[in-house]
Each structure stands twice: as structure tokens, then as C-alpha cells.
Design a protein around this ligand. Structure first.
Ligand SMILES: [Zn+2]
Length: 642
């Protein structure tokens, strides 16, 4: 199991490195991530490469049993790049050149940047290829964040992208619709940027995402060619970052990496970034956040949260708080003074546990009968067309995920194009855009006996962000047995009435409401007040061997809890165990045993009573009946699979 820290040797005097390496070794650290912002130290002047210091750091750490996850460094160029090649800078949507001094202020398709960045990245890859101290590679840092560009050069490149995709301008007009506000193009060059046209905005988002995927692919291929046998990762940013389709990035790397900064990042992203790959590595794992008061225990608990969700390790960000720079007062295991303090003790405690139990945990994987689907394109399409943050599909996905977690139901989270045959129950919250491939995938899942739960607004637009000419939810309308005629915000929560779904009656609908007309579907719940009184809020339709539930609004709290419990009961999905609030149970399954991670997120002692006999893999204790979990602590319990 990867147990690491982020290390910046370039920030500290060389005589300190041995102290750090020794302290890391004593804390059970087996890996470090290095180099993602090191361009200025690796190439202080154009063409003057200096890898000697990094060689020494890598070798010193290796001598302490610590391997390196080496990063390519090109997305934060040093000042000489901006000075000598001002064309690297990107232009914001407001038309202004972005000042350098922040991170990621470069345009990925600018020829100067492509040339310079490929040169430094290739030099790093060539230099460290074959080094046994290099465990794997990370393509840069947070690929995609911040470098959207709206300059003339990028616009021209976008035109070539459109030409390659659509072939003729008339085909583009036909796909996007024409003549609204006189939008009808006669040449590629007429396509403007930026534009609030929903079709154009979605396509430009897709174009920028493809640039980021290409940036990653080029480096990943070079690493595979020059350093065969090593894996390649990159870190998917927080869920608030919407710039790149990480499901597409995942296709060009070997291991999904991610940033994990709870409570700022929702627990959902651990499952979503693990995705279809089945494992994930938080290469930036929370140590402390300036805006959160975190006492002893939280750092370790949140790291175990990632492992409980299937992570193959954690890499804490970062070893030591930096004395300067834009993140001067932010994360770090060690305080600025470099002395041992409570986070170091917590790191060492967990390090000893991982040394003891890491291989055993590594032999297990997450396993679920429920999946939540989330599509970047649906999210972008909704943002481009409706631009209401409260309607973001992620909000519904996170609420559903939290509810499943509270009921201790293991959950996967996937792109809607992935194979769904392993699941009994699939939620597709606010699946605003649906293309033919997604429609076919979802229909096949339901036909073969799956239960699909869509929430409003779903099936509104096609892959070009054009509204369907057929009734909503578009290609799923017939299978869902409904016709949706309108969508409105709910300015105040509205009570629901249901005799079918236990606990739903008089809970509240909120945020938005679809006007749902059942065709062949049955009504599971209606609105209880207002002009919608008696109108359908939730419907169910049988299709093939399965069924589609359509939730024509947003449920939260007790209402969502009732719906989730009802759907799990209807589909035979069982909760792992009942627990008091604040105690969550997660499961990983291996060939011979299952592991339950019971995490107590409260400052009280809490208990669970799992069936059968369990062994606590950290203490070795055999447990039956009630098992207590100390405040802000966890138990990892193993039971044999018969
Ligand atoms: Zn540009």
C-alpha cells in the first residue's frame, strides 16, 4: 500500500533532507511525490538543466526505503518562460491577458508552450527513466485547472477542431440549430468565442477538455515508451473543478489519482474518481485546511476514509508547511519549524498500522450493488443552458451518495457509458443530456432487470445540447412511461403525498419540479399542496425485466432517505449494518475475506453489532456482538468468506 507524503526538496536546505528522510522512515512512509512545480529548479535558465539536486533527493530517500512518484513539471513555467515567450499566457473569457504569478496561466494549445513544456517534460522522463527508485509517474498537477483560453489562436484551433468533427459548416448548423439571434455560420472563422450560446459553450468546453486529455496522453505515452513497467497517474481535482472529463483522462493513464480535501470535497468523489477502474490514489490527502478547525484524529480518520472507499494508499499533502509562497499558511504534516508535532505523531501511528495491515487491505477491493451515474457532459450542458448552480447534477449525486452512506450501503459512481451489468440499482441524477450510447446502455440495464432512478431534469437535450423534439426524458421517455412537459424552480419546499413509499408522506420536494404526465407509468407520489396538488412527483414504469423510477423533483433529508430505503428494499440491496448517526461502515472484499471499516466521525464512543465473528486486524482482537469504536477512531474488522 502506497503510504506517502508530498515532498519539496527544492524548498529546503540540502542538509535538512537527511533529517526529513529519517523522520519519514520512522513514520512508516514508503513513498514521496516530488517535482510537479520544480521546473524553475530543474531548468533555472533556458536550456540549462540541473537534475543533480533531484538525483540526490531521490537517492537519499531511496536509501531510507522511500520510493518516488515523479511528476512532470510543465504547467507552472518559471518567470524566464513568460519573459522570453509572452505568447504562452492565456486569455480569460473577458478578453484580458491573464497575468502570470498564479498557477496555470498558460494556454495549452499555444505553440511556444507546447514546445517548451514537451522539452522539459521529456528531459525529466528521459533522465529518471530506468531509475529503480522511481515507483511511478504523475503527469503534471491538476491537469486542466485554470488554463482555459479564449485567445484568437485558440479560437482558430477550435475552428479546426470543429471542421474535423463536423466536416462542413452546414453540418454544424444542422447539429447546433440555426438562425436563433441570427446564429447561422457560412465559414468556420465566423464561430465566435466566448459565447453564451448553449451549443457553442458545450462544444468549447469539450474542446478544452480534449486539450487536457491530449496533454496527458502525450506524456503518458512518452513515459510508457521510455520507462516501461512504471504506472502513470495524474490528480483529478476537487469536484468543483468542471474543466475536464476525467473519465476520458482515465483512459490515457494507468491509475486514477485525486485530491482529497475533506470536508471541502464531498465523500462522493472517492467513489466517483475510483470509477470503473476500481481503485484510486489520493496523491493529495488532507493534512490540515486553513479554514477548518481540525483537532487530533481527523487527519488519520479522513485518510482511512479514502482507503475504506477502495483507495490503494494515500499521499499526504504535504510534508512540511512552506515558509513562503501562495500556500505559506496552508497544509503540512510538520509545522513551519520542522519539529515533530501532533500531525507527525498521527502520521507515524497510521504508518505503523499500514506497515502491519497494508498488504492485507491491498488484497481487497470495493464491491457494490448500487451505482450513481455522473456525466461531465450532462453537467456542462446544464451549466451552459440553465446556469443555475442549485441545479448542478453534482448536488443531487452528492445528496444521494450521502444518503446511501448514512444507510451503510456501498456505492460505486461511474460515467453513464460504463458497464452496469453488476448492479441491481442505478441512480442517474439530473442526467440532463443523453446521447444514443447512454440511452442504449441505460435501456439495456433496465431490460435485463435493473432498476434505474432518474431525477429531474433528465433527458432534456442531446449531445449537442439541443432540446429533444420528442417528449422528455427524450430517448428514455417510452421506457419511463411518462411525458415531461415543463420544468420550473420551486421557490419554497413543497410537501409530498405517498401511500406507497414508507416514510415519504409529508416530506418535502425542493429546488425544481418537472411537470410529469404518466403514459404507462404508475404514480408513486404526488404533490400535496399548491397548484401542483395531486400531480405526479414520482413515477415508476416497468420496462423489460426491470423498471424506471422518475423523480420529477429534488428530495433531501427524510424524503431522500425514505426513497433510497424503499428502492434498496425493492431491489434486494441490503445495508451492511445499522449504525448510530456519525458511525459509518464501508466494505472491501478480497478472495478470502471481507473487511469492514467502521469509522466514527463523532467525539462520542459509538458501537455497531455486526453479525457473526470478526477479527480486528489492527489489534488482533476477536470480536462478537457489540463492537465499540472510540471517538474519531476506527476499527478494521475481518471475516472469512465461506
Ligand atoms: Zn489561447
Amino acid at each position: 500500500m502506497f503510504y506517502g507524503v508530498q515532498y519539496y526538496p527544492e524548498h529546503w536546505p540540502q542538509e535538512r533532507w537527511a533529517v526529513d528522510a529519517q523522520m519519514m522512515q520512522e513514520a512508516g512512509i514508503n513513498s514521496v511525490r516530488m517535482g510537479e512545480f520544480a521546473w524553475s529548479a530543474l531548468e533555472p535558465h533556458e536550456g540549462a538543466l540541473d537534475f543533480a539536486w533531484m538525483d540526490e533527493a531521490v537517492a537519499l530517500l531511496h536509501a531510507h526505503g522511500i520510493k518516488t512518484l515523479m511528476c512532470t513539471p510543465s504547467r507552472t513555467p518559471p518567470p524566464w518562460v513568460f519573459d522570453r515567450y509572452p505568447g504562452v499566457r492565456n486569455v480569460g473569457a473577458d478578453g484580458h491577458l491573464v497575468n502570470y504569478g498564479k498557477r496555470y496561466t498558460i494556454g495549452l494549445s499555444h505553440s511556444e508552450f507546447i514546445q517548451l513544456s514537451q522539452a522539459i517534460d521529456l528531459a525529466v522522463i528521459e533522465h529518471f527513466a530506468g531509475n529503480p527508485a522511481i515507483l511511478g509517474w504523475q503527469v503534471d498537477n491538476e491537469v486542466g485547472g485554470g488554463n482555459d483560453c479564449y485567445c484568437e489562436r485558440c479560437r482558430r484551433r477550435f475552428h479546426r477542431y470543429l471542421e474535423a468533427k463536423y466536416g462542413t459548416v452546414e453540418a454544424l448548423n444542422a447539429a447546433w440549430g440555426a438562425h436563433f439571434w441570427s446564429f447561422h455560420f457560412t465559414t468556420w472563422e465566423e464561430v465566435p468565442l466566448p459565447a453564451n450560446n448553449p451549443q457553442l459553450a458545450l462544444e468549447y468546453r469539450r474542446f478544452l477538455s480534449e486539450l487536457n486529455v491530449e496533454f496527458t496522453r502525450w506524456r503518458s505515452e512518452k513515459i510508457h515508451a521510455l520507462d516501461p513497467g512504471k504506472w502513470v497517474t495524474t490528480n483529478f481535482q476537487s469536484f468543483s473543478a468542471r474543466h475536464t472529463d476525467y473519465a476520458e483522462v482515465a483512459k490515457v493513464i494507468d491509475l486514477n489519482g485525486m485530491n482529497h480535501y475533506p470536508p471541502r470535497s464531498p465523500e462522493f468523489i472517492l467513489d466517483f474518481y475510483r470509477g470503473a477502474r476500481g481503485t484510486v490514489l489520493p496523491v493529495e490527502q488532507f493534512t490540515r485546511l486553513l479554514e477548518v478547525d481540525t483537532g487530533p484524529g481527523w487527519m488519520r480518520l479522513w485518510a482511512y476514509m479514502a482507503i475504506a472507499h477502495g483507495a490503494c494508499g494515500v499521499n499526504f499533502f504535504r510534508w512540511r508547511c512552506c515558509r513562503w509562497g501562495q500556500e505559506q499558511h496552508r497544509d503540512g504534516i510538520l509545522p513551519h519549524d520542522g519539529e515533530r508535532a501532533r500531525r507527525y505523531e498521527e502520521l507515524a501511528r497510521m504508518g505503523a498500522e499500514i506497515t502491519h495491515a497494508g498488504n492485507r487491505i491491498d488484497r481487497t477491493r470495493s464491491q457494490s450493488e448500487v451505482a450513481i451515474l455522473m456525466s461531465y457532459e450532462a453537467r456542462w450542458a446544464l451549466q451552459a443552458g440553465l446556469s443555475n448552480p442549485a441545479w448542478d447534477p453534482a448536488e443531487d449525486a452528492i445528496a444521494i451518495h450521502n444518503t446511501l452512506r448514512d444507510q451503510n450501503v456501498p456505492t460505486d459512481a461511474l460515467d453513464p457509458r460504463e458497464d452496469l451489468s453488476a448492479y441491481r440499482l442505478v441512480f442517474a441524477p439530473r442526467l440532463f443530456s443523453i446521447d444514443a450510447q447512454i440511452a442504449e446502455n441505460l435501456r439495456a440495464f433496465v431490460e435485463q432487470g435493473g432498476t434505474l432512478c432518474l431525477t429531474a431534469p433528465s433527458g432534456v437535450v442531446d449531445e449537442h445540447n439541443v432540446s429533444f423534439e420528442s417528449p422528455r426524458p427524450g430517448p428514455l421517455a417510452e421506457a419511463a412511461g411518462i411525458r415531461v412537459s415543463d420544468l420550473s424552480p420551486l421557490h419554497a419546499p413543497l410537501p409530498l403525498h405517498s401511500v406507497t413509499i414508507p416514510g415519504l408522506d409529508w416530506t418535502e420536494a425542493s429546488v425544481l419540479s418537472d411537470e410529469v404526465h404518466p403514459i404507462t407509468a404508475e404514480v408513486l407520489a404526488t404533490y400535496a399542496e399548491g397548484w401542483r396538488q395531486g400531480l405526479p412527483a414520482i413515477t415508476v414504469s416497468r420496462f423489460g425485466q426491470g423498471r424506471i423510477i422518475y423523480v420529477g423533483t429534488s428530495l433531501r433529508d427524510e424524503g431522500l432517505s425514505a426513497l433510497v430505503a424503499y428502492l434498496c428494499a425493492e431491489t434486494g440491496v441490503s445495508s451492511l449494518c445499522e449504525t448510530p448517526a456519525g458511525l459509518h461502515v464501508y466494505q472491501r472484499v478480497g478472495p478470502n475475506e471481507r473487511l469492514w471499516f467502521a469509522l466514527n466521525y463523532t467525539e462520542e464512543v459509538l458501537a455497531l453489532t455486526p453479525p457473526g465473528t470478526w477479527v480486528d486486524i489492527l489489534s488482533g482482537e476477536t470480536c462478537t456482538g457489540e463492537i465499540r469504536v472510540a471517538p474519531l477512531d476506527l476499527r478494521i474488522l475481518a471475516s472469512d468468506i465461506q
